[in-house]
Design a protein around this ligand. Structure first.
Ligand SMILES: C=CC1=C(C)c2cc3[nH]c(cc4nc(cc5[nH]c(cc1n2)c(C)c5CCC(=O)O)C(CCC(=O)O)=C4C)c(C)c3C=C
Ligand SMILES: [Fe+2]
Ligand SMILES: [Fe+2]
Length: 340
């Protein structure tokens, strides 16, 4: 199916409401975005837009833009393209895992919510959120609930989606700001960890690895770290884990600022030094698997931990699973109920 399948599917009756009329409300699942090809040019296009956003890198433009285009992009695009190539999904429905899983997740949520029109969108790259909102308006949709696929709020991610909503006024929208403490979502994550442990046996330790953030943003009031901590604790509680059986760390550092600590890499070294051999790693900040989970954790950090004598067992993201679709559908229903 083409990338725009979910919009087309909406007009062939698959999403008509129980009244038989086309749905007047849409649910837009927004993810970060990803390159459209695992090549230096594809990665460069994507990173230029992403890293050009002031929400993501807030250095003065006169300093950052020349640095980004003349130094960062030429160097990083080549290196990162190879990483994307190592995780690229093949087949007719293939592509970058983040795009493939987000698209499939939108279809799965559509199955749970036949009375709405459910589509995917990306904050950077395509299908862009702005173009999706215009498409919906043209298709006669009256309002759109926008659900960023970031369980934890951050100014770098969620607020950046909100920036687009403030600019694109094609139709009324409502933003889901976070869902890190939603019971349905917490249950889905805890169940996925239980299922993994039932299959391969429980590791001695469960590590929650979240995407990092510059410490400065936290100091300026970004609630992201609080959300990561509260969510991880709620999941650990559901699994009846004792304090020493789990920990939380931050991965995917970028740039030279101080980022949230401890890093996932440091934590794995500390666990190895403590004699922990089997570590289960879960990444509940990522709704779907992507370069940061598949390449950085499941490949690179797993290899590094193996050199320390341990085994890292990566627990996949909820991706397009039924429990994930049900949890997101529950969040959407609840938000719509409150939106009059
Ligand atoms: C889950 C929430 C995310 C936060 C918070 C976040 C902040 C953030 N990220 C960068 C820099 C990069 N992130 C990259 C990839 C990436 N980041 C997230 C999510 C969050 N980022 C996802 C889901 C992905 C994967 C995208 C994919 O295509 O699979 C990258 C690109 C890869 C690379 O070059 O290493 C960069 C760069 C910053 C600077 C930041 C906060 C300031
Ligand atoms: Fe990121
Ligand atoms: Fe990374």
């Amino acid at each position: 199916m083409p990338a725009s399948a979910s919009i087309d599917a909406a007009s062939d009756g698959a999403t008509s409401s129980p009244s038989g009329l086309p749905p007047d409300t849409a649910l837009v699942l927004v993810n970060l975005g990803t390159p459209d090809a695992p090549t230096p040019a594809g990665v460069r296009r994507y990173l230029a837009e992403f890293l050009g956003d002031r929400r993501v890198v807030s250095l003065p433009r006169w300093l950052w833009l020349p640095l980004l285009h003349l130094v960062v992009l030429p160097l990083r695009s080549k290196v990162v393209a190879k990483k994307y190539a190592s995780i690229w999904m093949g087949g007719e429905d293939g592509g970058s895992p983040l795009a493939v899983y987000t698209r499939r997740l939108a279809w799965a949520v559509q199955n749970e919510l036949p009375q709405l029109r459910v589509i995917d969108a990306m904050r950077y790259g395509s299908p862009s959120l702005a173009s999706r909102l215009r498409q919906l308006h043209q298709a006669g949709v009256r309002r759109a609930l926008v659900l960023p696929l970031y369980p934890q709020y951050s100014t770098t991610t969620t607020a950046s989606v909100d920036d687009v909503l403030a600019r694109e006024r094609a139709l009324p929208t409502r933003l889901v700001e976070n869902y890190h403490l939603d019971d349905g979502w917490l249950d889905a994550v805890a169940d996925s960890i239980r299922a993994h442990r039932a299959q391969v046996g429980a590791g001695e330790h469960l590590l929650f690895s979240f995407h990092g953030l510059p410490q400065r943003l936290i100091d300026e009031g970004d609630p992201y770290q609080r959300h990561c901590e509260a969510g991880a604790r709620a999941i650990a509680r559901r699994l009846d884990l004792a304090e020493e059986e789990w920990s939380l760390s931050y991965q995917s550092r970028f740039g030279r600022d101080k980022w949230l600590e401890p890093s996932t890499q440091q934590t794995l070294h500390a666990l190895a030094a403590r004699g922990v051999r089997n570590v289960d790693v879960v990444a509940p900040g990522f709704a779907v698997d992507c370069i940061e989970t598949l390449e950085e954790v499941a490949m690179m950090l797993a290899e590094e931990f193996a050199t320390l004598g341990g085994t890292l067992r990566y627990i996949p993201c909820l991706n397009d699973s039924r429990p994930h679709a049900r949890a997101l559908a529950g969040i959407a229903r609840h938000e719509l109920h409150n939106w009059i």
